[in-house]
Write a protein that binds this ligand. Structure first.
Ligand code: AMP
Length: 423
């Protein structure tokens, strides 16, 4: 046993796990292409100032922060949005609007490790910059729908809200900015009673009424939310905005489970619609996002409305496992090529290269094993075929192809091999 262990919250992903994660990354990338989001790679390390500017205490207090050798205060990125907002106010500043940007990679948060909660995890991230319109908000939700559908995940559903509802009430009640941030944080964790301690009596009664709404039909629910907002104009506008976004979503078969008027998310920078996606009986969010119209401006850009989403790829992997969905492409064939003696090694290697160039997954025997042992190895590794390259067959341009599933073996002409293996 090695005396070294991986650091708490950090994981080694072995072959299958990596393959599953890569499958999901591929689907995320396909989705980006489908919606014409250009991929960018931003640094894993950013200045702590940038990352903490508007992320909220929840994330700010859980960043991996250190001084680099040049005494700069830097952090591992806990998310992508701050980096993309930095780009939007610098390198992408003059790009034609809207700007659609995609990134995928690992992010780091000092979370308490548990199922689906790691300190290093993967996200795919999409940002649509430059539009205030509800169709832009809807695009990020539809894109998430499309992505999850393509991974094979079933029964997922969205929870949608609007930060403008709570903010609108709190603003009109003159609640201080800092207190608002705290209230939203508590509401996010559903610690309603704690949140109520920080707000006015009128706010409490409106919040309670909103929490008490039982209507399930989406548009009737929107009406009921509006009716509870009395003279809170800003909050009412938020509901109207939500209504317009929902109109786009319901036309396109998007599974919306609930509209939550007191929904809040951990990030402080949201200004409009917010959403999360989940599956039944698996009580963790698989992805979430929302509108953030003031973040880019904060980083020195001009006023630039934007909306984005981040998907938790490790959690989507867990959710697929939970639903027992096999997403690995089982169709590829794996082959072991074994020379019978040293004399056939070069020919066998040459053949391996040829097969690889035709898209067959080939392992060449590099342990010097002879046939019996090589066959045992190949079946333990669940390979499909073993190609035995022997002197007598080679003389007539043939090799022996052993099918490990049905234990059949026959001599096959080298030029027919690919057809036989690919079936
Ligand atoms: P956020 O960036 O907080 O909006 O989170 C977006 C998504 O990232 C969440 O919906 C989760 O799926 C995922 N996520 C957040 N924190 C973690 C974590 N500690 N471990 C694994 N996935 C996470």
């Amino acid at each position: 046993m090695s005396k070294y262990k991986s650091v708490r919250g950090m994981r080694d992903l072995l072959f299958n796990e990596t393959q599953q994660l890569n499958f999901i990354i591929e689907k995320a990338r396909e989705t980006a292409k489908n919606y014409n989001y250009g991929e960018v790679i931003t640094p894993l390390i950013e200045s702590n100032e940038l990352l903490s500017a508007k992320s909220g205490d929840e994330i700010r207090n859980r960043m991996f922060t250190f001084k680099d050798l040049g005494n700069r205060n830097v952090s591992l990125r806990p998310e992508f949005t701050a980096s993309i907002a930095r780009l939007a106010s610098s390198l992408l500043k003059r790009n034609q609007k809207p700007i659609r940007v995609f990134s995928v990679g690992s992010v780091y948060r000092y979370d308490e490790p548990q199922r689906g909660r790691y300190r290093e995890f993967w996200q795919s991230n999409y940002e649509l910059i430059g539009s205030k319109k509800p169709e832009a908000d809807a695009e990020l939700i539809l894109l998430t729908n499309n992505f999850l559908k393509n991974t094979g995940l079933k029964n997922y559903f969205f929870k949608i809200g609007h930060i403008g509802i709570l903010r609108g009430i709190l603003n009109q009640e003159n609640t201080d900015e800092k207190i608002q941030a705290k209230v939203l944080q508590l509401m996010d964790k559903k610690e309603y009673n704690e949140a109520f301690k920080l707000v006015s009596k009128t706010s409490i009664s409106v919040f309670k009424n909103l929490i008490g709404i039982e209507e399930n039909n989406i548009f009737d629910r929107i009406e009921k939310i509006k009716n509870q907002l009395y003279e809170y104009k800003e909050a009412k506008n938020a509901v109207q905005n939500l209504y317009e976004i929902l109109k786009f979503l319901t036309c396109c078969d998007c599974p919306i489970r609930t509209i939550d008027p007191v929904f809040s998310r951990g990030l402080e920078y949201y200004t409009g619609v917010i959403f999360e996606v989940q599956i039944p009986k698996f009580d963790i969010s698989l992805g979430g996002g929302g509108r953030y119209d003031r973040l880019i401006e904060l980083f020195g850009g001009t006023s630039n409305p934007a909306v984005g989403v981040a998907h938790g790829l490790d959690r989507i992997k867990l959710a697929l496992q939970f639903q027992d969905i096999k997403n690995i492409d089982q169709n590829f064939k794996k082959v072991l090529v074994v020379p019978v003696t040293k004399d056939q090694e070069i020919k066998a290697l040459e053949l391996s290269e040829k097969l690889r160039n035709k898209g067959i997954f080939v392992e060449f025997e590099v342990m010097g094993r002879r046939i019996g042992k090589a066959l045992q190895y190949a079946s333990k590794k669940n390979m499909n075929y073993v190609i035995i390259v022997g002197e007598s067959e080679l003389k007539t341009g043939m090799v022996v192809l052993k099918d490990l599933a049905n234990h059949e073996q026959k001599s096959v002409k080298i030029e027919d091999l690919i057809k036989k293996i690919k079936g």
